[in-house]
Design a protein around this ligand. Sequence first.
Ligand code: CTP
Length: 398
Amino acid sequence: MKGKKILLGITGGIAAYKIAFLIRLFKKEEAEVKCIMTPASCDFISPLTIATLSENPVYIDFWNQKDGQWTNHVDLGMWPDVFLIAPLTANTLAKLATGYCDNLLTATYLSAKSQVFIAPAMDLDMYAHPTTTNNLNKLDAYGVQIIPAESGFLASGLIGKGRMTEPEDIVKRLHTFFMFQNSMLGRKVLITAGPTHEHIDPVRFIGNHSTGKMGYAIAEEFLNRGAEVLLISGPTKLTLVHPKLQVKDVVSANEMLGVVQDNWQSYEIGVFCAAVADYRPIVQESQKIKKKEEELALTLIKNPDILAWAGEKKKQSQFLLGFALETNNALEYADKKLVSKNLDAIVVNSLENDGAGFGYDTNKISIISKNLQITDFPLKSKKELATDIVTFISKSFE
Ligand code: CTP
């Protein structure tokens, strides 16, 4: 981390006492550290301690009454390589999620140009509250990297999830960020994600349980590494915002194919995560189907295989990765898809594994490469697997 500029935002939680150790770790690695403290955090750790350890003045107010100087939050927001807010209380989290800026730290967050990391810390019920989850999801969608709280003893005497991640692990997380930052700079990546909906009539459709989480996590990981991403997304509840991201929302397989056909030739990497419906109703009624007979038969027709199309058109310089979701004989079926769709690699996930598949935040995957070599990964969060998948792809470009 030598020479890296770290802006550290400290908010008013008991974990603020650990920030002294965190600053020591950064300084040991010869990083430059500047700190902004919220007024509430000064009750938990003294600004004198923070100023001494960081070897820089501490910023607390917009206005310094002693020397009459104004602290420019815009300049502060432009200064760092990384803006880390740790510990982040439920209160400041809510402010960040709504754009509220009533102190120097929250105003600087709105002006920040660098990657923002947050390390939340609060009591377990506060951490588990749906409002907190929603606020974290919002920041996630804005590209903020979350260092999730851990389980353990809490200051309240309760035991559960809410402890700030230990300083050593926060440092490790930033190491990984700096290691991969810009490693995909200039690369253009096309990603399909989410389900497709195939209309039966104006009010009904055939769909599946895909949430799009895996595809969105992969998109985010590529963006974090400096790539330019086109995300072609079926209907999901997810959002992702980033200056280098273009999102094309589609509904049906045919629409998804159209966007892929218009773009694939100008992209270098293709990651096809979408759970595309294999069939659609042969007739899509223009009026709602009325309830009449006891039985109703729908005739379906095969959808185009979008990934197979991309594989057929693939140039030597392009890298194409597909997914295979299987309920049985996973590796055997995935091997076949790898060959028949002309892929460079395929990610296999089997619904036979506990904690894997649609809707879970975790997944268990294997990646089969072109030479049929298999790499297995343990059950992990989809975000962590996105890191593994993107690292796997990036090795092909080394
Ligand atoms: N895929 C696609 N277009 C389709 C079907 C699948 O692009 N019409 C892609 C998926 O995005 C995934 C891969 O092909 O990357 C495999 O999808 P999967 O549903 O596992 O396999 P299918 O080829 O549809 O075969 P089956 O459903 O018989 O297992």
